[in-house]
Design a protein around this ligand. Structure first.
Ligand SMILES: [Zn+2]
Length: 210
């Protein structure tokens, strides 16, 4: 099964992607990883990608598509794959259509307010890396790490204004993909504002897998 998983940052895509890939026995194909491993390979193409990345520019869509095409032609992608981090824009989605037909696009929907709530309640231990949530998974003593006793912090990435900024980018760039795939009859929307297991179950049901 060839799948795309969509959802705002903080909607819980990462965890669901892992579970889904394990369930279906398919690899998670991340364009970020492809780019990194291409650079490592030291091939001519890899060196081209490297100089683009090092210049601080975005790798052009045509090149990403070329890399993706090579990746999904590999043996482990035969039973299917789950695309991660791609496409993010309509031009990318159109380019993807040229190289493969996906079977379904799963959207994990969580309203912005709920995402901001989730993220802004996160607390991280700067010393041992343990994570907490003020309401869903609080430490025994307020703001103190259970494991090592250090004072907990809000990671800069979890600050409400940073989260809002990422959501805005998502709405502007990626949300048009929802309509794009709906028009093609491929979109399955799942309510992501529920416990992890329920969200998983809904995804399996939407895809018709046991
Ligand atoms: Zn700690």
């Amino acid at each position: 099964m060839k799948l795309i998983l969509l959802g705002a940052p903080g909607a819980g895509k990462g965890t669901q992607a892992e579970l889904l890939c394990e369930k279906l026995g398919i690899p998670q194909v991340s364009t970020g990883n492809i780019i990194r491993s291409e650079i490592k390979s030291g091939t001519e193409l890899g060196n081209r990608v490297k100089s683009i990345v090092e210049s601080g520019a975005l790798v052009p869509d045509t090149l990403v598509i070329e890399l993706l095409k090579n990746r999904i032609a590999q043996e482990d992608c035969k039973p299917g794959f789950l695309l991660d981090g791609f496409p993010r824009t309509i031009p990318q989605a159109e380019a993807l259509e040229e190289i493969c037909a996906v079977d379904a696009v799963v959207e994990i929907y969580v309203p912005d307010t709920a995402i901001v709530n989730r993220m802004s309640g996160r607390r991280t231990c700067p010393s041992c890396g343990a994570t907490y949530h003020v309401t869903h998974n609080p430490p025994k003593k307020e703001n103190v790490c259970d494991s090592c006793g250090a004072d907990l912090i809000v990671r800069p990435d979890d600050a409400p204004e940073v989260v809002q900024g990422r959501l805005q980018v998502y709405h502007e760039q990626t949300e048009p993909l929802i309509a794009f795939y709906r028009d093609r009859g491929l979109l399955k929307t799942v309510d992501g504002e529920r416990p992890l297991e329920e969200v998983s179950a809904s995804i399996y049901e939407a895809l018709g897998i046991q």
